[in-house]
Structures are given as C-alpha cells and as structure tokens.
Design a protein around this ligand. Structure first.
Ligand code: SF4
Ligand code: SF4
Length: 366
C-alpha cells in the first residue's frame, strides 16, 4: 500500500507536534474548527497520498510565486513536500528529459488517481506553437496529462478564464482549460494570482478529504469565493455613508473613503481578499489605496478601464447586489450594478438637503 501523508511527513523530518499544528491551522483556514482538525488528522494518518502533477502553460508563474509564499512556513513546507515528489515544471529539481520522464512515470504509475494542477492555459492558434514546453505544444501535453487524471485544479485567472493573454483580439487563441478538457471534474481557483492561503487551503482539502470542495455555479470553491470583496471590505461603512474618493489625491483618499468612484470593482468581484488579505494577512490592494480591479472575475481584462466605475451597467431585475455567488452566478456584474444604482438613489435621498461628507471634505481642502 502507498504511504500515507503522515508517514511521508515523518519521513521528511516533520515532528508529530508540527503535524498536529498543521492540521489545526489548515482546519482554521478552511473554516472547519476543531472537529475539522481531527478529521484532517485522521485522513492524513490513514489515507494513501494522492499524487499531484502541476503543469505550466501560457502564464507568468505568479500562481507558483503566490503558492510558495503561503503565510505559515509549516503549511508551505508540508505541501511542497507532498507536491514536489511528483511533477511540477518549476518547483521540481529535475529538468529537461529527466523532468519529462518523471511526468510519464507519474501518469503511468498513478493512472486515474492523480490530481492535475494547471497554471496558465493552452494557446490554440497555429497548432499551438505559441507555447512549446518539452518540444511539444502545451495543448498536447495538457490533453495527455488530463486523460488519466482524477480531477483538475485550474490555478489562477489564466487557467480559469484566459486572462490577459486572451485579451482581444487574442492573437494566440489563449483558451481556458475547461474549454479544452470537457470530460473531467474541474475546480477553478481564479485570481491574478490567487491568494496563497486559498491555494494551499484548496490543495489540502482535496488531498486530505479525497474529494472536491463544494463549488459555486462557475466552478469555484464556495469556501473562498462565495462573498464579494465588497462584503468584507473595511471601507464599506464609507460606501454605505456615500463617502467616496473622487480623485486619488483628494482629502477623501487621505481619509480612507470608499474607492468605488475611482474604479473599485469590489462590488462585482468574488474573492477572499478583504477577509484573508495578502502577505500573511498584512494588507490587500484596497488597504493600500487602490481599488480592486476584479482580477478573479471572467473577462476582467476586457471590461473597460480599471479606473472607470460601474454605473453604466444595465439593471437586469435579477438577484440583487446582496445575493451570493451561487444565486447570482454569471449575472453577478449586472446584478451588483443594480444594487449599486439602488444604493446611490438611497444615498442621494438620505443626504438630500444636507452636505455630503465629500462636500465637507472639499471645504476643509479649501
Ligand atoms: S467599492 Fe471597493 S473600496 Fe468601496 S467598499 Fe466596496 S470594495 Fe471597498
Ligand atoms: S482585491 Fe481584487 S484585484 Fe486585488 S487581488 Fe483581490 S480580487 Fe484581485
């Protein structure tokens, strides 16, 4: 029988105490609590290890960069120990023919039982010549590795949606993974890049429980993508009070007001940034004074300027801005636009006859 995760960790020199700590931390990041920690412990001590093959297509490697910066060093070490044993173009020690041989060996040995993680996407134009790893078009490598995998994890917005390399007119026909591989379960973990803790959380969940987490209508794990950046944004009270930054150098900006009017896409973006934050929970773009550009949403690169706000969106009469990703699904952007329009009306009524915070700020400026 193959070794378990626990046996593997012990072999890698990880102590029992560290193993228990890892299980607790992972359960906390997945929102599973103490019972979840025990479940993870049990699974890792008894289940055989699931191999992971990690491929790179047309991309910039920022997903790998994010992954290896997961905040807790133990989580990072444990996960990298699990992953690097099999195949990862950039993280493994082998290169060239040796690396390709490792891929073939893993596919053969673990037929039907390995997870295929894909970073980047295949360009389909001109027989795939715009991405040639190991001497062959990436699309061939992807199809070959996908044929016998158990499930696919599409890392980042490139694999999930196409991302900037698919921007109009998309000369290389960069195509997201789910449009090329249609007969395997696919979990999308979008973002440019995705948050490190989201990536490690998803991998740990799949590896320990041997199943995919619950997904929303677009194939994203609900545990990390069921809320908008807007829902947990610490600037939200300013949005609700109608206090907006009008220019990046105005007094509203200095007071930390809402960035909606300078292009923030937080109201239409499903991601964990405002809850988990980045760099060990230190900050996230909005906290640094820049609006969310919606990097985890489909087509974010072709939706107009990053600094244009969302008021031109048509009111669809569906869902509403306060619905979940599941309810709103593909109509999220239009629905949130309706919510914002309604909110703007309410705010205008509320402030009718009195000075808005920005008026007051403007006076201070004068
Ligand atoms: S619009 Fe952006 S800055 Fe304003 S509350 Fe929403 S997410 Fe935060
Ligand atoms: S705040 Fe928005 S643009 Fe920034 S990383 Fe999160 S989802 Fe992407």
């Amino acid at each position: 029988m193959s070794e378990t995760y626990y046996e593997l960790m012990r072999r890698q020199g990880i102590s029992r105490r560290s193993f228990v700590k890892f299980c607790s931390l992972t359960a906390a990041s997945l929102g599973l609590g103490e019972a979840g920690a025990q479940q993870i412990q049990q699974a890792m001590q008894t289940k055989p290890r699931t191999p992971v093959v990690w491929l790179h297509g047309l991309e910039c490697t920022c997903c790998s960069e994010s992954f290896i910066r997961s905040s807790h060093p133990l989580a990072k070490d444990v996960l990298l120990s699990m992953l690097s044993l099999d195949y990862s173009d950039t993280l493994m020690a082998a290169a060239g023919h040796q690396a390709e041989a490792a891929l073939e060996e893993t596919i053969k040995k673990y037929k039907g039982n390995y997870i295929l993680a894909v970073e980047g996407n295949p360009p389909l134009a001109d027989d795939g010549i715009y991405c040639i790893p190991g001497g062959k078009p990436f699309v061939e490598k992807l199809r070959h590795a996908a044929k016998d995998c158990k499930a696919i994890v599409s890392w980042g917005s490139c694999a999930s949606w196409g991302c900037v390399q698919a921007a109009k007119p998309n000369p290389t026909r960069a195509t997201p993974v789910h449009k090329v591989i249609t007969d395997k379960p696919i979990i999308k973990v979008p973002g440019c890049p995705p948050i490190a803790e989201v990536m490690t959380g998803v991998v740990t969940y799949i590896l320990t429980f041997d199943r995919l987490p619950d997904l929303d209508a677009q194939g994203r794990p609900k545990m990390f993508y069921s809320q908008r950046v807007h829902d947990k944004c610490y600037r939200r009270p300013h949005f609700d009070a109608g206090q907006f930054v009008e220019h990046f150098d105005d007094a509203g900006a200095r007071m930390g007001y809402c960035l909606y009017k300078v292009g923030c896409k937080g109201p239409t973006t499903y991601n964990a940034c405002s809850a988990t934050r980045w760099n060990e929970g230190l900050s996230f773009p909005i906290q640094s004074g820049h609006g969310c550009i919606g990097c985890s949403e489909d087509d974010f690169w072709d939706k107009g300027g990053f600094y244009n706000h969302l008021t031109s969106i048509q009111v669809p009469g569906l869902g509403g801005a306060e619905g979940t990703a599941d309810k709103i699904g593909l109509t999220a952007i239009a629905a949130a636009g309706a919510g914002i329009a309604a909110h703007a009306v309410l705010t205008a009524l509320k402030h009718k006859g009195s000075k808005t915070a920005n008026d007051k700020v403007s006076k201070v400026e004068k």
